[in-house]
Design a protein around this ligand. Sequence first.
Ligand code: ATP
Ligand code: MG
Length: 426
Amino acid sequence: MKREKFTGVKGMNDMLPQDAHLWHFFQKTAIGVLERYGYEEIRTPILENTRVFTRGVGEVTDIVEKEMYSFTDSLNGDQLTLRPEGTSAVVRAMNEHNLLYGAQQRVWYMGPMFRHERPQRGRYRQFHQLGVEAMGIANPEIDAEMLIMINRLWKALGLTDVRLELNTLGNLEERQAHRKALIEYFEANRELLDEDAERRLYSNPLRILDTKNPAMQDMVNAAPRLTDYLGEESQAFLNRIETLLTAAGVAYTINPRLVRGLDYYNHTVFEWITDSLGAQGTICGGGRYDPLIEMLGGRANHGVGFAIGMERVIELLRDMGTVPQKPAADVYVIHHGGETEVEAQRLSEALRDSGVRVLVTPGQAGMKGQMKKADASGARFALFVTGDELARGAVGIKALRAGETQFTEQTEVAKDEAVNQLLGAL
Ligand code: ATP
Ligand code: MG
């Protein structure tokens, strides 16, 4: 038979064991921080009915226009989509299970998202997000607390090169007045609009401000600013957040051009950006999405949240090289097969009872090969369970790493003492 080699789907990555410690460190650290603010986990399915996203994210957005993995369920004709983001799914779940009536909800989720983008560094077709949502709270204090919490997370991860950009999108009326001014301005500059901008001119002009086209930057920079259309309440909302951030020592800049790619935001929008990752430097984006809950069939309510692009943060952690990689084992057990392996296994289980991480060669193998494996495993000690020693009711212990102070020479100990001796040395 001809050998067929398989490769993964383009833009979808394997997480290999050599990176596991980075992912685990991120997950553990993040959950630890979230728990300190009272957040609990929510898990939604990876598939949703397509409408959840076309309605939730918005028809005229990058995600819905060109990035969704959508298909028809061949069994019943349902239109389904692999989730491109988490917020719409969480809101769908909150509405479906009536969790928002007179209640506040603080939740987080972690998992894969799918977007059909051109794969490049920091931009994949399957990627992972840690998302956080606080729902049922109208006050700006929760927006501020969330930003302070994210800042704490960067610190806990040891990230230093991250900055916060903040903006407000105001309320619906303010956005409408601004929108009208924007359309007039873009119409007056029509010859400078690219194809995407032309298409969005009347459907979603705000998104033109979000363009990455360098040829449009100057024109977009001079466009009417929403700030000039903000009423007192919206201004006060933003000012309150600024006061609390300053009091907490969280640095930020106001970026009046920050609008974010999704339709559902109002008031607060923000991004955390690093210069250490090249072009894809945004590691976290979020904001307030009060309108979304009603858009997805719930009663009018409030929500604010963010999502962190985990691959990008993992890349930062990898570059820093500060997260220690734990070896796979503490003790490597070496034996001669047969009866000695039975005894080796018994001792290994006794060690594992005490939480020790143990590797044993399965089946009979040469001494040299086993020593090599023991070294490569990173284990601190080898435990020798050989015929000669067992005949004397003993086993051998030897330190494998430089810097150990006990068992630097191979030492014989009584078989029944082996576990205690090792526990004392580890
Ligand atoms: P961009 O403008 O770069 O396309 P976005 O607005 O689509 O970003 P969000 O929907 O806000 O991104 O997602 C939140 C975070 O998830 C981003 O800041 C980024 O860190 C990460 N992210 C988004 N898309 C991808 C992707 N295709 N691959 C890897 N990470 C991603
Ligand atoms: Mg995008």
